[in-house]
Design a protein around this ligand. Structure first.
Ligand SMILES: C[S@@+](CC[C@H](N)C(=O)[O-])C[C@H]1O[C@@H](n2cnc3c(N)ncnc32)[C@H](O)[C@@H]1O
Length: 290
């Protein structure tokens, strides 16, 4: 006899709140207006599952009510929540490692003598830094490289549109399995192992955390609260969510923050093809201001 009787099983009800075409359009437009993230026509399922929980949390029963809330005078916090919920924060330590290799093999050996001659500090910005893995990888790479040049002062700026993700990044606490890409000797040098309620986690040591300054930045705001003359800007794996005019605008604004000869680095699946800019292509994903 079978151990299962399908006919006796209760039906699984689909509790998702229906998302009308009008509400979908309204949400897509609001997301674009505030972040330039371009949601295609095929993201209804994604939106309704990611936002369904939010509706229940707010005690709302329809997406029309949710849209009314988004348009109301107290909308800004809710729009921030919306962008947090729909944006992709996926990242990891040493992601696309050849960019870090290029930094140590090519950029830093040329830059360091210039900085020493000018008695200048080294500035790198991780724009769209998500939960901190990218800026902390940069901090480890710089800290290691500059052991041979202890007189050089350096600073990393890290920014993202999402306040929630920046709060997590500032804490610098990660599950042990997420730090696997960090070589064991560097893990020991730059991280502390969690104990008690933090068992299974580790934390970036305070001296390295202090080298990363976090700021909330929407790449489409007029002015960035980030110092000018950055030697390198990492802006990786975010351009893919923007349309061509938005990419062009972001690159134009980022370029304003580059030092002459500075580098803009985008993700492997991104390029500046099809947009106007005044940068020179150096290799895949790496551009330089002449
Ligand atoms: C996929 S993560 C990339 C993280 C990291 N750069 C990397 O390559 O691993 C994309 C990040 O871009 C942020 N983002 C999306 N739209 C943005 C905007 N308009 N301005 C600034 N950050 C944005 C998201 O919040 C998210 O944390």
């Amino acid at each position: 006899m079978s151990k299962f009787s399908v006919f006796n099983l209760p039906l699984i009800s689909n509790q998702e709140t229906p998302l009308s075409a009008d509400a979908y359009r309204a949400i897509v437009d609001l997301v674009y207006e505030h972040s330039r993230i371009k949601l295609g026509n095929d993201k209804q399922a994604l939106l309704s599952s990611r936002l369904g929980k939010r509706l229940r949390h707010l005690g709302l029963t329809s997406f029309d009510e949710y849209c009314a809330l988004l348009r109301s005078h107290r909308a800004q916090d809710e729009i921030d929540e919306l962008i947090d919920l729909i944006s992709t924060n996926h990242t990891r330590f040493y992601r696309e490692p050849d960019h870090f290799q290029f930094l140590t093999d090519k950029i830093l050996p040329t830059l360091i003598p210039q900085l020493i001659a000018k008695r200048s500090n080294l500035r790198i910005w991780s724009a769209a830094s998500s939960s901190g893995e990218e800026p902390y990888t940069l901090a480890i790479v710089l800290s290691e490289f500059l052991r041979a040049h202890p007189t050089i002062d350096w600073q990393i700026w890290a920014s993202d549109i999402s306040k929630t993700i920046l709060d997590a990044a500032k804490k610098g606490i990660y599950r042990m399995d997420t730090v696997e890409p960090v070589p064991p000797d560097l893990l020991k040098r730059y991280f502390q192992k969690g104990v008690g309620s933090q068992a299974g986690n580790c934390r970036v040591k305070p001296e390295l955390r202090d080298k990363v300054q976090y700021e909330r930045v929407n790449l489409f705001q007029n002015e960035y609260p980030i110092p000018l003359k950055q030697h390198v800007i990492f802006c990786r794996n975010v351009m893919i969510y923007f349309d061509i005019p938005s990419r062009e605008l972001a690159v134009k604004r980022l370029t304003r923050h580059l030092a002459p000869g500075g580098f803009l680095i985008v993700g492997h699946s991104e390029s500046l093809m099809g947009i106007q800019h005044n940068l020179k292509s150096v290799r895949q994903g790496v551009y330089q201001l002449p």
